[in-house]
Design a protein around this ligand. Structure first.
Ligand code: NCD
Length: 333
């Protein structure tokens, strides 16, 4: 974003937020520091009031966001759309561009981004190929670009932000936490952003529960450990420590294993949360999270448990956090 984009962006990655979101691309949790997260979460609490009380608010009046999704989405796209509209802004939603835009005729990502940049104040992009988000941000010179999912091995920073907000809401801190992160740690992008966020705070210990074949990539494991998160890999539910602060379950990303469906069948739903598992290893105050969609990793009987927040606060917080982020990036507050 901005014509100075190239000069402003340090070699180490996208521009840091440093307490000022205005006009910046949101590509990675690595752009954030604790001060910027505090600011975002303060605004999020105000946004929650606006949404819950249906208070009229027009901080995004006259602003247009393009939601360009090359992969399916319910919550991310829906909450960005709702967030813009709650604040008086508008959206152009391009679903399945591979079939319903000129991408179907062979148009490049470059030309598609240039086109939608001309119609909007901000682009929210989800893409199936890791690395496309940085590429698109380099192309979009006049509007900020927000990462809504960058393939299987990239990030999903706005999910990470709402996950951190949700943990903080329930535990009242983001440091000295103990958590279990389970499922597809190889291809799951939400966990990559969440762990980066937790690494900004001291004393966090995470138990990574996954079949060995889909454990966290080694370079991520080493990098996150170097940043100070204590990571312990486990591959058996019996090794879940009792009474941790949160459980974060994820699905195995079937669409990323299409050339190896046998392997998918082998690892899917290896670890299922049912009432028995929850009662056995979780504490009274442990919260159970999931970015959704779930496809069997949490049984429906668990939904009514008061520790299950995935269908309640976690979904709702997605909209509040995105309302705050859009307001801060589009610079009207
Ligand atoms: C996740 C995603 O798309 O990465 N969903 C989401 O955005 N809430 C997780 C998933 O698809 O499994």
């Amino acid at each position: 974003m901005t014509s100075l984009h190239e000069q402003q962006r340090p070699l180490s990655g996208p521009e840091k937020i440093n307490g000022n979101f205005r006009g910046k691309d949101i590509l990675s949790m690595d752009q954030f520091d604790t001060r910027s997260l505090n600011l975002l979460f303060d605004v999020t609490r105000n946004m929650r009031e606006i949404a819950v009380n249906a208070e009229p608010c027009d901080v995004l009046k006259g602003k247009q966001a393009v939601l360009l999704f090359y992969e399916p989405s319910s919550r991310t796209r829906g909450s960005f759309d709702a967030a813009m509209k709650q604040l008086g802004g508008q959206t152009i939603v391009i679903e399945d561009p591979q079939h319903f835009s000129s991408v179907a005729k062979g148009e490049t990502l470059e030309d598609t981004i240039r086109t939608f940049e001309a119609y909007s104040d901000l682009i929210v992009l989800r893409h199936d190929k890791t690395g496309s988000l940085q590429k698109a941000a380099d192309i979009a010179e006049s509007v900020p670009l927000v990462n809504a999912g960058d393939g299987g091995q990239g990030e999903h920073p706005t999910q990470g932000l709402l996950d951190l907000y949700t943990i903080n809401q329930h535990t009242e801190r983001l440091d000295n936490l103990t958590g279990v992160i389970a499922g597809d740690l190889l291809m799951g992008r939400t966990v990559k952003s969440l762990i980066r966020g937790l690494a900004l705070y001291p004393g966090n210990r995470l138990f990574l529960l996954s079949p060995e074949k889909i454990r966290l990539p080694r370079e991520d494991f080493e990098e996150f450990s170097r940043r100070g998160v204590e990571l312990t890999e486990i591959d058996n539910t019996e090794d879940i420590p009792p009474d941790t602060d949160f459980w974060y379950w994820t699905r195995v990303q079937k669409e990323r294993y299409l050339d190896n469906l046998e392997e998918y069948e082998e690892v899917k739903n290896r670890f299922v949360v049912n009432q028995e598992l929850l009662d056995r290893y979780a504490g009274e105050k442990t919260i159970l999270m999931h970015p959704l969609p779930r496809v069997g990793e949490i049984t429906e009987e668990v939904d009514k448990d008061k520790r299950a927040v995935y269908l309640e606060s976690q979904i709702r917080n997605g909209m509040y956090v995105r309302m705050a982020l859009l307001s801060l990036v589009l610079g009207k507050i």
